[in-house]
Design a protein around this ligand. Structure first.
Ligand code: ARG
Length: 596
């Protein structure tokens, strides 16, 4: 469906051209004075300069031309030359009826679906997820769901950090702890055990210990470097250990992401790209893109128009080892071959922006990625504590994501129990309370994050995020729960929700009109959230919509309305509001409970 603002703009533009003015002056925007009008056009102000007359002469003519137009309840020309518009009730009601009947609630699916790879999550194998991994997962999942809703073919890839020194560190530490394991016996030729020689909690202890040792103990570090080299060179026992490390760690990561309602289509890692490295390096040398500089193999990526220094992209270190950029480039070779995407979107900390500039330029210059494939880095800001510094545990350590979520779950459970005491008719048992607490806690965390523009730093404020009031996830869920409760009361009294087709009528009060106008903005919101990869636009929209709904609810008797037609019209607005809010929170990656 066309957006409401486009339909309005069409009419106003026709009025401008009909009066002999250029079409470009017919642009309509949302009103910045909602007390005066719903939409506005300021085109007469600009047109006055071109046509050398007073702006109100033009706005008067346009208002007259639109006076009988069936889209508008009123069109006012206001000095010095503004055009204030109000939408006609019948037209708006018809628009909402069409929305309600539309499978995608008015959003037009992409005519030519694109293949989009979203590279997000980016956890490192054998290290527990910490708060630094939250934003990539939460924003990436939402960006993916928005693109899917728009009808694109979207592939989420977790892109595990599973290559490099960390593996050698783990193997070396494991060898010190359990030297008799068969994996270390080079003369062994039999099959290796299926069972991993460690649990996830051991693994989570092994890595930080090893990493600590490598900083203070030179010989340990050397052993780890050697183990890494041997592993990458194909040493059997180490390869078998690697697959145990991967299995144990990936099982744990999957469980953690599951709890976050984050799901990946692909569980590939940096190691999957390594087979593409030699061919890629060869190509870069052969075609003259790569040259030696201070012992390393590099590709120059600076451009004449650069205003800051863009260092060359390093392809191989002087010892011939590959780096983060090598892996990302080889991953692009793999992705082009396997998926041939139209767009690849990376979710990674904004502090990695130089890395992505270098990689993207190098990929284009060397022809790894054609001009028709777009490469995008969504660089997100830092999640800070209330002190404005990067979020830490109380004792200053790095907070494990699992613990943080647990803390919020507990906080939410308390709130739900308190809420229940106030409303004695809510008989929620312990199991439901716990489940609900989890659902609401997830909404609190995700909304708290997603409601900020991704590139900005934000303050992770548990008290604010878990509040049932204000611009929060729980407030949105509370609104949905309120609607669900009214609808189930309506059904309990014999009302049939499925028989409400075409029941929406023109608004009878200001609160209802406001709600209807807000509902009508759904498609425009989703389209721009998609274009700009901006989930925060959906958050801002549902906050507006929830407020509009609660305003309407406050002003209007719904279930006790005696006029049956009017009551049906209200109920169908409730159904539409619920469907839109639910579609939105699904795109944000959370859901609503039935009661709370
Ligand atoms: N594993 C990386 C890290 O922890 C993030 C990976 C981001 N994705 C990418 N293709 N570089 O910083």
């Amino acid at each position: 469906m066309k957006t409401l603002i486009d339909l309005i703009t069409e009419q106003v533009t026709n009025a401008f051209t009909g009066q002999g003015y250029d079409a470009k002056y017919g642009k309509v925007t949302l009103s910045n004075r909602p007390d005066l009008c719903e939409y506005q056009c300021n085109g007469a102000m600009a047109a006055a300069k071109e046509y050398k007359c007073a702006p109100f002469m033009i706005s008067d003519k346009i208002a007259q031309a639109l006076a009988e137009n069936e889209l508008f309840e009123s069109v006012e020309s206001v000095k010095p030359g503004f055009i204030n518009l109000k939408v006609k009730g019948e037209f708006l009601a018809d628009y909402l009826k069409e929305m309600a009947a539309d499978e995608k609630l008015s959003v037009s699916a992409a005519k030519e679906p694109k293949t989009i790879i979203i590279d997000y999550g980016g956890p490192n194998v054998a290290k527990p997820l910490h708060v630094g991994h939250l934003r990539s997962a939460v924003i990436g999942e939402s960006v993916k769901r928005i693109a899917k809703f728009m009808g694109h073919n979207v592939i989420g890839d977790v892109h595990l950090g599973d290559w490099g020194l960390q593996m050698g560190l783990i193997i070396t530490e494991l060898r010190e702890r359990k030297p008799d394991l068969v994996y270390f016996d080079e003369s062994y030729t039999g099959e290796y055990p299926k069972e991993a020689p460690f649990t996830i909690s051991e693994l989570e202890d092994i890595y930080p210990t090893a990493s600590g040792k490598s900083k203070s103990d030179e010989s340990f570090k050397e052993a780890a470097l050697l183990a890494t080299k041997e592993l990458q060179g194909g040493r059997r026992g180490y390869q078998a250990l690697l697959s145990h490390i991967m299995n144990v760690s990936v099982t744990d990561l999957k469980r953690n992401y599951e709890n976050l309602n984050v799901h990946f289509e692909l569980w590939k890692g940096e190691s999957d790209a390594q087979p593409y490295v030699p061919g890629m390096v060869e190509m870069m040398k052969e075609k003259g893109f790569a040259h030696m500089s201070e012992g390393a193999l590099v590709v120059d990526v600076k451009e004449d128009t650069d205003t800051k220094e863009i260092p060359p992209c390093i392809i191989l270190k002087s010892d011939g080892a590959s780096l983060y950029s090598t892996t990302d480039l080889a991953t692009l070779v793999m992705r082009m071959k396997e998926n041939n995407p139209d767009r690849v979107i990376y979710l990674a900390d904004a502090r990695q922006s130089m890395h992505f500039i270098q990689v993207f330029r190098c990929a284009r210059k060397t022809g790894i990625v054609p001009d028709t494939t777009e490469l995008v880095h969504i660089g997100f800001g830092t999640m800070n504590g209330k002190d404005g510094k990067p979020f830490k545990t109380r004792d200053g350590g790095v907070m494990r994501l699992e613990y943080l979520l647990k803390e919020i779950d507990d906080e939410m459970l308390n709130k739900i129990k308190e809420n229940q005491k106030e409303k004695e008719n809510l008989n929620i048992d312990e199991a439901e309370a716990e489940q609900t607490a989890k659902t609401v806690a997830l909404a609190a965390v995700k909304y708290g994050d997603l409601s900020n523009q991704a590139s900005k730093d934000y303050i992770f404020d548990i008290d604010r995020f878990t509040s049932f009031e204000g611009n929060t996830g729980p407030y949105i869920l509370y609104t949905i729960v309120r609607i669900k409760s009214i609808l189930s009361k309506y059904e309990a009294k014999g009302g049939d929700i499925s028989a409400l087709k075409d029941a929406i009528m023109p608004a009878v009060n200001a609160g209802q009109k406001n709600l209807m106008l807000s509902l009508a903005k759904f498609n425009a919101t989703i389209e721009s959230a998609y274009e700009e990869s901006a989930p925060h636009k959906i958050c801002a929209y549902i906050y507006e919509l929830a407020n509009a709904f609660n305003g309407f609810y406050h002003d209007t008797k719904i279930l006790s309305e005696e006029n049956e037609e009017l009551k049906k019209s209200y109920i169908s607005l409730l159904v539409l509001t619920k469907e839109i809010l639910e579609a939105c929170i699904d795109m944000l990656g959370f859901s609503a409970p039935d009661r709370m």
